[in-house]
Design a binder for this molecule. Structure first.
Ligand code: KG4
Ligand code: ZN
Length: 327
């Protein structure tokens, strides 16, 4: 079995995965959403302190599995430096105490493998990763052959939902709150511009900062009772931007199997728009189970099984956090 730890942002999670079958034997996550909600976003120092409390509590529940552990895995990149270090320090302590190898996992590879919890992996795949930290399209051929073909130049898709929710005084995380508010709103009420539509703008880039600022002006102008129309129009344009770029990308590379992963892949409007986009290509759509869309340790454990089988271990000395590294 492998014990895996996730602490890259505001979720403290530990999983135990059986190596031979990829079966998830234990998974527990303690989220910090309530604690960060009053600030409208994640406060890194507060997050680190909460991980230091939550991770040992969850680990205590894993004690019955200790004797069967063959490795310990941990998210070591990318993420918040002060929170990544909490997980990595704990993983190193476990590796020393139980004399087992250490595996450092990239969080974005983790999101990709959230598609394959308790399942065999399936490649090649075109993956849209939409989370709080990232918006990118990747061509994934295997565990070690991942090409990023488009990414955001500024804010991420999920982050733009968080910021719009903060402007409206709704709390954190903004994704589910905006989705709920948008449900009864008029998507056409506000004519926000789809970002990066010009002929010169690259097919291979996203941008959310301009849309965020346009929404800010609308929020300042409108009364609270009209926020649902702003939320609906924002969700529509934020999604239309992804669809517009993907359409262009599909003129270059025809999708066969397409996947959406990351916390914001839970967005229902996005899911329905992507389904429509894929129809003419008869491309298959893979989605993670809702409980594995947002940050979790099961996806880190799933990657770790692949890395264990390839003996991709790190030494105590070499495994370090890499907050900015991506794919
Ligand atoms: O993957 P994740 O848990 O953490 C990161 O790796 O960043 O993603 C969290 C992000 C947050 O920005 C949150 O607002 C967004 O995912 N999110 C959503 C929805 N549910 C979560 N965004 C849009 N619609 C949703 N339903
Ligand atoms: Zn994530």
């Amino acid at each position: 079995m492998i014990l895996s730890i996730e602490s890259s942002c505001d979720d403290s999670a530990i999983a135990i995965t059986e190596i031979s079958s990829c079966r998830l034997l234990f998974h527990k996550k303690i989220s910090q959403e309530l604690e960060h909600s009053v600030y409208g976003g994640v406060v890194p120092e507060l997050a680190a302190r909460l991980h230091a409390e939550a991770l040992p509590k969850i680990l205590a529940e894993c004690e019955p599995y200790f004797k069967d552990l063959k490795a310990v895995a941990v998210t070591s990149s990318p993420g918040l430096a002060v929170t990544l270090i909490e997980g990595v320090t704990m993983a190193k302590a476990i590796a020393v105490a139980l004399n087992i190898p250490l595996i450092g996992v990239n969080h974005l590879v983790g999101h990709t493998y959230s598609l394959f919890i308790e399942k065999p992996a399936q490649f090649p795949l075109t993956v849209l990763l939409v989370s709080g930290g990232h918006t990118q399209v990747m061509e994934v051929k295997s565990l070690t052959d991942i090409q990023t073909v488009a990414k955001s130049m500024d804010d991420s898709f999920g982050e733009s939902f968080d910021k719009v929710a903060k402007m409206m005084g709704l709390g954190y995380p903004g994704g589910p709150l905006i989705q709920e508010l948008a449900k009864d709103g008029d998507r056409k009420k506000h004519n926000f511009t789809i970002p990066l539509q010009g002929k010169q703008s690259s097919v291979l880039a996203f941008s959310y900062s301009g849309l965020k600022n346009a929404v800010r002006l609308a929020v300042e102008k409108e009364e609270k009772e009209n926020y649902e129309d702003i939320a609906a129009s924002f969700e529509h344009i934020a999604t239309a931007h992804l669809i517009h770029k993907l359409k262009k990308y599909f003129q270059i590379v025809t999708p066969k199997t397409f996947a959406i992963v990351g916390g914001a892949s839970a967005n229902l409007y996005l899911r329905s728009q992507i389904e429509d986009l894929l129809k003419p290509y008869s491309a298959a759509l893979l989605l993670s189970e809702l409980k594995y869309c947002s940050d979790n340790a099961a996806m880190i454990g799933r990657v770790a099984v692949e890395m264990y089988n390839k003996e991709m271990f790190s030494s105590l000395k070499d495994l370090d956090i890499s907050p900015k590294s991506s794919l």
